[in-house]
Design a protein around this ligand. Structure first.
Ligand SMILES: Nc1ncnc2c1ncn2[C@@H]1O[C@H](COP(=O)(O)OP(=O)(O)O)[C@@H](O)[C@H]1O
Ligand SMILES: CC(=O)N[C@@H](CCC(=O)OP(=O)(O)O)C(=O)O
Length: 299
């Protein structure tokens, strides 16, 4: 059987070649570099989004980038807490975490979300391996509170990452694996106790410790809105001093997210970005196109 080309085939092929060539400088920039990607619980709500996320990560890895995933799971934790009838509320963007809620946080992050991400990636080959912040001394945590309406509030077993030993992650990277990290940290002040760390903060601390080239945070909104919820106020690029000024006026989930971007860039990561993880292949659009998508934070 013989088939022939028509002019549409050539036009389509030329368009695809142009897209590939546009990606060339970015492929060169990120080759052999570590990129930390935070996969938020709200960005993984359908199997289709989990599948396209895994494809993007495998694409990065195949293109010579060294991706490291830090995942969240806020909505998944909330629904499990509901099933167990354990009360939980958010204070200043962080979940108040009782000791019994902490057990559920660990169960959902390391027993449910992490293996789901690992399995999606490993459909492409034996690439991904899960690591909890409790494993091999990866994270060290310390309890923190939050400021709500100018007052310090208690958050229970919630912590910040105050120390990172990146060795277990580097060992996985050196073995050509894709580390998938859960945001739980042993409490340095109370041996045997672990803390629930917001996944944005954990991703930022890890990006700094790994001297990553970029931190990319996937969420369920197009980026940072200067005057939330005014849809015309989407920020495309913001520099550190301006973001530091804006931070106190932000609400809820955006507080830890923008604080994470700020801390990463202040800690030496060249760029951080917040992108809409509900757009299929959002990571490739952010990393391999000139304009990117979402909001980028630069020094
Ligand atoms: N200034 C803002 N710009 C964008 N989103 C905002 C802003 N202030 C609050 N938000 C809210 O923050 C949410 C993202 O935070 P969160 O729900 O914690 O996401 P994730 O689960 O991905 O970590 C958005 O869906 C939006 O409702
Ligand atoms: C202290 C705190 O708030 N921890 C978060 C950890 C998971 C997380 O950050 O998940 P997302 O990225 O999906 O929001 C929580 O318990 O929900």
């Amino acid at each position: 059987m013989t088939t022939t080309h028509d002019s549409d085939d050539f036009a389509l092929a030329a368009e695809k070649a142009a897209t590939l060539i546009d990606a060339l400088p970015w492929l060169q920039t990120y080759r052999d570099r570590i990129v930390v990607i935070k996969f938020g619980g709200n960005a993984m709500v359908t199997p289709e989004l989990q599948r396209t996320f895994a494809e993007d990560i495998v694409f990065l890895r195949t293109a010579g980038v060294r991706p490291v995933i830090v995942h969240g799971g806020g909505p998944q934790i909330s629904s499990m807490l509901d099933r167990f009838k354990i009360e939980s509320d958010f204070r200043g963007g962080y979940r108040y975490t009782s000791p019994e809620a902490m057990d559920v946080v660990r169960m959902v992050l390391t027993g449910q979300v992490s293996p789901a991400i690992v399995n999606h990636i490993n459909e492409h080959g034996p690439l991904a391996a899960a690591i909890s912040g409790e494993d091999a001394g990866l994270f060290r945590g310390r309890k923190r509170g939050a400021m709500v309406d100018g007052e310090e509030v208690d958050l229970g077993l919630v912590g910040d990452v105050v120390g990172v030993n990146p060795e277990p992650v580097i060992a996985q990277l050196d073995a050509d694996r894709i580390p998938v990290v859960s945001s739980i940290a042993p409490d340095i002040d109370t041996p045997g106790q672990s803390l629930n760390v917001n996944a944005d903060s954990a991703a930022s601390a890890l990006a700094v410790a790994l001297k990553a080239e970029k931190l990319v945070i996937l969420t369920d909104v197009a980026g940072l809105y200067r005057d939330w919820p005014d849809r015309d106020s989407l920020v495309s690029t913001i520099a550190v001093p301006e973001l530091r000024e804006l931070l106190p006026s932000l609400q809820a989930g955006m507080i830890p997210k923008m604080a994470a971007c700020l801390e990463a860039v202040e800690g030496g990561v060249a760029k951080s970005a917040i992108i809409d993880g509900r757009i299929p292949h959002s990571i490739l659009l952010e990393m391999f196109t000139q304009k990117g998508i979402g909001t980028e934070v630069v020094p």
